[in-house]
Ligand binder design. Structure first.
Ligand code: KE4
Length: 432
């Protein structure tokens, strides 16, 4: 029987107080449940595939702190490694051998990366990689895709996904036109639009940056030939190809989307999983390009806590766990069972849906589909998604609080978790 959660008084009290202290009561907008309605739950603790809120309710978690918890929350080996490092201090602000270890693991794993620089978030990684693209090519313009999200730096807040899409914001006030005038956009999966932009801006475009699998407009996969086409077009135009793998890195394959699809960009950004739940971002790529980064070269980028031993430790242990044979086969199998089940239940209860998964990343649109672009995704019934989200939450299933976010599983998710989720979905969708 599907249990329903009724007591959430402590969450409500804490969230009410939070709203007086922090804008919207949150440290990041999408957490406020604005687009799905209802009150966010306040977490007390997490373990494996599960969450406990401050009222003692337990949930199956499909957000995984937005990707990092791919080995399950608070994995005992990660926690133990952190305790060991913690006894030696938290941050050095100086070289530490652990940076070499994680750097080597990233270089060994990601086809495009010959050298890497650690930062503290995906936003920082994307900001830095854009500056590097411009420094290397001596060109200012960059192409991004509608619905893709590359963090909240000014120049990327143009037709962005994730929280910008969730809140339906017309990008953001405070971003000067002078900054976004160099940001060109094209619909995802539209190679002709990209060719046209290169023709209209000959020799002015530093490069193209994209999510090789989109997780910030819901779950959108690249059409056959799209990534290969971008590789050709950028090469033909003396521009760089950059994969923002902050979400897909180490998630859809150990070597990310570039390994999965066999297309090697010039530069890559990473985050989330490589920090194992602590703040880490990274950018890396061809040695000749990365050699421009200070102090090796003239392009400046810096950070007080970059490469700190605690974050390096969590990342190292997480990647070690992911190297275990069968990891990605398990993620693929458990997530396929989940999304196939959700789509089947939705259709059996009369709803128009589409969706899919790659490894431990999935998404479902309330939309007959197919969804190839952000415009397609925006045709989804977001009000119905909100009712679905709330119904699942009441039944102990924690989904990303937006139609324009992907979902994540972990190696800690079990068949039992999936069965519970599908039972809850049948209950909810029968009464949507
Ligand atoms: P952070 O600055 O949030 O670490 O990374 C920014 C970023 C860059 N690139 C991609 C592809 C990303 O998905 C992200 C961050 N993802 C969102 C979730 N869609 C973070 C969650 C949030 O903003 O609260």
């Amino acid at each position: 029987m599907v249990n329903t959660i009724t007591k959430t008084t402590k969450s409500q009290e804490i969230f009410a107080a939070a709203q007086n202290l922090m804008p919207g009561g949150v440290s990041s907008p999408v957490r406020a449940f604005k687009s799905v309605g209802g009150q966010p739950i306040v977490f007390d603790r997490v373990k494996g595939a599960h969450i406990w809120d401050v009222d003692g309710n337990q949930y199956v978690d499909y957000v995984g702190t937005w990707g990092p918890a791919i080995c399950g929350h608070a994995h005992p080996e990660v926690i133990a490694a952190l305790h060991e490092t913690l006894d030696k201090g938290t941050s050095f602000g100086a070289p530490c051998a652990l940076e070499n270890v994680l750097a080597q693991m990233v270089i060994d794993a990601v086809p495009s990366i010959e050298m890497v620089r650690f930062v503290n978030s995906g936003t920082e990684a994307c900001m830095a990689v854009l500056r590097l693209m411009r420094a290397f090519t001596k060109r200012d313009k960059v192409i991004k895709f509608e619905g893709c999200y590359h963090g909240h730096a000014d120049m990327f807040l143009v037709k962005a996904g994730s929280g910008v899409a969730t809140l339906g914001l017309p990008d953001s006030p405070g971003v000067p036109k002078s900054v976004t005038s160099s940001t060109l956009t094209a619909p995802y999966n539209d190679l002709e639009a990209v060719k046209a932009l290169f023709a209209e801006n000959r020799d002015e475009i530093a490069g193209v940056i994209l999510e090789p699998v989109v997780g910030n407009a819901g779950f959108i996969t690249p059409d056959a030939g799209f990534l290969e086409g971008l590789r050709e077009i950028t090469q033909e135009n003396g521009a760089l190809l950059v994969f923002d793998e902050v979400m897909t890195g180490f998630r859809i394959a150990y070597g990310g989307a570039q390994e999965k699809f066999g297309v090697t960009p010039d530069l890559t950004t990473l985050g989330k999983i490589i920090g194992g739940g602590l703040p880490v971002g990274a950018y890396g790529g061809r040695r000749d390009i990365m050699s421009m980064v200070a102090p090796a070269g003239p392009m400046y980028q810096a950070g007080t806590l970059s490469g700190n031993p605690l974050a390096m430790t969590a990342g190292i242990k997480t990647l070690e766990l992911l190297q275990k044979p069968g990891t990605y086969e398990y993620l693929d199998q458990i997530t396929k069972k989940l999304i196939d089940g959700l789509l089947q239940v939705a259709r059996e209860t009369g709803h128009q849906v589409c969706g899919g998964q790659i490894s431990g990343m999935f998404g479902m649109f309330f939309n007959a589909g197919p969804v190839h672009s952000y415009d397609d995704a925006k045709n989804s019934d977001t009000a119905k998604f909100g009712r679905y989200h709330r119904g699942m939450l009441e039944r102990g299933i924690y989904l990303a609080p937006s139609q324009f976010e992907a979902g994540f599983t972990s190696i800690a998710h079990t068949e039992e978790d999936i069965e519970k989720t599908l039972a809850a979905a049948r209950d909810v969708m029968s009464s949507l």
